[in-house]
Design a protein around this ligand. Sequence first.
Ligand SMILES: Cc1cc2nc3c(=O)[nH]c(=O)nc-3n(C[C@H](O)[C@H](O)[C@H](O)COP(=O)(O)OP(=O)(O)OC[C@H]3O[C@@H](n4cnc5c(N)ncnc54)[C@H](O)[C@@H]3O)c2cc1C
Length: 308
Amino acid sequence: MSRPATDIEDILPPKPQAPHPSDCCGTGCCPCVHDIYEQDLKTWRRQCDLIRGSTQEEHQTGAAIEPHKWTEFEIIKIDQVNKNTILYSFKIPDNKSLGIKVGQHVIVKQTKNGRLYTRQYTPITDIDKQSVFEVLIKIYPNGKVTQVIKNWKVGDLIPWRGPFGDFLYTPNTYKCILMLAAGTGIAPMYQIVKSIVQNEDDETAVKLCYASKTFSDVLLRSELAEFCQYWNFTMCYYLSEEKDVRGNKRYREEAEARRLSKAEVQQELERGPLHSTLVLVCGTKSFEKDMVNSAKNANVPDENIYKF
Ligand SMILES: Cc1cc2nc3c(=O)[nH]c(=O)nc-3n(C[C@H](O)[C@H](O)[C@H](O)COP(=O)(O)OP(=O)(O)OC[C@H]3O[C@@H](n4cnc5c(N)ncnc54)[C@H](O)[C@@H]3O)c2cc1C
C-alpha cells in the first residue's frame, strides 16, 4: 500500500539547527559545538530514516496504534499529579495492547489557531497492558500544544500514531546503565527500569540520577521507591530548590539539595566499566547538552550514549 509522502513528512522531528559561526570559540573545545551539531544531525537522520522506512507490515500485528495512520483514542480518566503535570488514561478498544516497545514513544496531533502541531509522549503503562494506555504530560505556561492539552476532557477522542524511536532495549547488553533524567524525561527511563527489574534474567545494574526542582515536582515517586527494593536499581534525586531534603525524604530515598553537576556525572562514570556502561539522557535541551558532554568527557564511547 502506498503512503502519502506529505503525511509522513508531517511527523518527522524538527531538523537540528546548525550553530552560528560565532558560537564556536575556536579554542579546540572537546566536544566543540560543531561536534554536538554533527551528532544531533546523525541522530535526526536516523530517526527520519526509521520513520520513513518503517512499514505497516513490520508493525506488530494486533497492535492498537499504527505509525502511518492517526488513530483516535478516547480519554477515560484524567488525574492531576502535581501542580503542572497531568496523567491522561486512554481506552484501547478490543482488548488490544498499544503495540510499542520499551523506550519507544507515540505522537499526538493537535490544531491551534488553524495550525497543526505534533508532539511526542512516552506511555508509562506496561507495554503489553491491554485496554488502556497512560501518558504523563507536563503543562508549560507558554507551551503551544500543552496549552491545548490542558483543556482535554474525559470522553474526548485524541489522534495518536506510533510507535517511534530507535532506542530498543535488549537485556544484558551492558553491565551498567546510568540514567540521567530531568522532569518528564523520567518517562522513558521509568519504562526501561520497569522492564529490567521485572525480568529476573536481566542482570543489568541501573543507577538513576533524577533532576527536579523540589520533591513535589518529582514524577512517579512512589513507583521509583518500589524499584529501590531490587538489588540492581539505585537512584538519587537532585533537587535544586528543595529546602528540607532530610525532612521530606521517604524510606529508601536518596536525595541531594542541589543541581546534578557535570563533574559528578563524570566521576560516577569513571568509577564504572566505561565500555560496558550505557548512558541514557532525557530532559531539557540544556540538561541533555551538559549530560552528554560529561559522558563524552569521561570517555564513554559515542555509541554508548543515547539521548531520547
Ligand atoms: C522522545 C520524546 C518523548 C517525550 N515524552 C514526553 C512525556 O512523556 N511527557 C511530557 O510531558 N513531555 C514529553 N516530551 C516533550 C513533549 O514532546 C513536548 O515537547 C512538551 O510537551 C512541550 O510541548 P509544547 O508544545 O507545550 O511546548 P513548546 O511550545 O514546544 O515549548 C514551549 C516552551 O516549553 C518549554 N519546554 C518544551 N519542551 C520542554 C521539555 N521537554 N523540557 C523542558 N522544557 C520544555 C521550553 O521552555 C519551551 O520554550 C517528549 C519529547 C520527546 C522528544
